[in-house]
Design a protein around this ligand. Sequence first.
Ligand code: UDP
Length: 254
Amino acid sequence: MGSVGAKEVPVLLGPDGRRIDGRKVDELRPIAITAGPLHQADGSAFVEWGQNKVMAAVYGPREVHPRHLQENNKAIVQCRYNMAAFSVDERKRPGLDRRSQEISKVIAEAFESVIFVEEYPRTSIDVYIEVLQANAGTRCAGVVAASVALADAGIPMVDLVPAVAVGKVGDAVVLDLKKEEDNFGSADLPMALVPQSGRLVLLQMEGHLSRDELARALDLGVVGCRKIYEVMKQALRDRYRTDGPGPAAEGMAA
Ligand code: UDP
């Protein structure tokens, strides 16, 4: 172990081109999505993605609180992203910090651009994202969970919105950063895509990439998003299969 305060930098990219967890540069962490696990919410989804565990719940369209935020010609989309105190190695201080506020804002804006908000004037669509376990990419996992939860709530949208972070470790542009890659890599670029049109509705960047690397990162992210899109659609199909689990089947058994 190193001295107090010194952080040992792990080897992020092996000589065989494999990453710290054995993945190839263009490989996603395993992802599983459950649609509709919460019966109290209008829509919900649980995403397990690598070591991330993220729950999303959607309520609405419903009355706007606080009232002065109400818009006469459209619904507003409010999002609260929160990381549980127990979600990370070093306990996170509970409550909204600047990071959570920023993430909540960019996610709300992403969804406002895909939901048909003009169909529900004077209402609010409320999206809650709770990170129960975090290992980098939680805002993307949050977007994926919220997107499936919105569809589960029956909110009309142009499309589902898959998301993934791409970045750079060593000399390589890589897909879906895990914690060590996020901490010790040289770039982190979360993005969210509308698959049918190819429009990006969320794009942030920390670190440095050359123009070529940026182009490669975007290409890699789009391919990753399209794979996640398939898992999202399957989660919704599983939810609404007549023989599948869920509130309807449970209701009949009771
Ligand atoms: N993280 C942490 N404590 C914090 C914020 C973040 O340990 O207060 C960790 C957590 O694992 C998170 C990762 O750092 O997933 C990367 O955080 P970032 O701000 O890049 O957002 P994310 O990648 O989760 O969207």
